[in-house]
Design a protein. Structure first.
Length: 217
């Protein structure tokens, strides 16, 4: 069984890609249950007051989902998830104060040992303007108050984490001008990278359209 996890900051297109890959592979789709978090709307209104309970709910919810992955589903050869368990730690490092983070880490350490590592991680990178545009396009009411400074901090934390990531094979995708819904051929290119043999431990897939045009066209 292949376990593929897709990661990236808010608005990178993780869920869309996970759904398309799971459909192409006939795999089991695992989506993070962010809408079940009752603290999330309050978090976007007042991060400092609501960060700890928001992160703790996410941590325990994602842990329960990850435990289910330990039980191999005989009906599926592949599993595709739109998040990596460690993502909660990335957000916690930004949103929690020192005392809250110390308590959070104590809980996390007792859980992470039981979480399976994916075979391949796909990291979607995108600029802040692209992320903000995607967030506005999907129109979730509680994200209206999301500040660009917070999104930039999240993106920086992701970049730093994956710069040092070595736990699984990593494919970094430049998603700035990539839309898998309108560019289905890019799914084929990504699948070739996922199942490349032999495969490099880290691979970078550039956008099909150059991000910078020196001619100014």
């Amino acid at each position: 069984m292949s376990y593929i996890a897709i990661e990236g900051p808010i608005g990178a297109g993780k869920t869309t890609l996970a759904e398309l890959l799971a459909e192409r592979l006939g795999g089991k789709l695992v989506l993070e249950e962010f809408e079940e978090n009752p603290f999330l709307p309050q978090f976007y209104q007042d991060q400092q007051r609501n960060a700890f309970q928001t992160q703790l709910f996410f941590l325990l919810s994602r842990f329960r989902q990850q435990l289910d992955l330990e039980q191999r589903d005989l009906f599926y050869e592949n599993v595709v998830s739109d998040y990596l368990f460690i993502k909660d730690r990335i957000f916690a490092s930004i949103t929690l104060n020192d005392e809250e983070l110390a308590l959070y880490e104590e809980v996390e350490r007792s859980l992470v040992r039981r979480v399976p590592e994916p075979d391949v991680v796909i990291y979607l990178q995108a600029s802040i303007p692209v992320l903000m545009a995607n967030i506005q396009k999907r129109g979730r009411p509680y994200e209206v108050n999301l500040k660009e400074e917070y999104l930039a901090a999240v993106a920086d934390a992701y970049n730093d984490y994956f710069f040092h990531y070595r736990q699984s094979r990593l494919i970094v995708v430049d998603a700035n001008r990539l839309d898998y819904l309108t560019q289905p051929e890019e799914i084929d290119r990504l699948l070739l990278a996922i199942y490349r043999d032999p495969a490099p431990p880290v691979e970078y897939l550039a956008s099909p359209v150059p991000i910078f045009n020196p001619e100014g066209d």
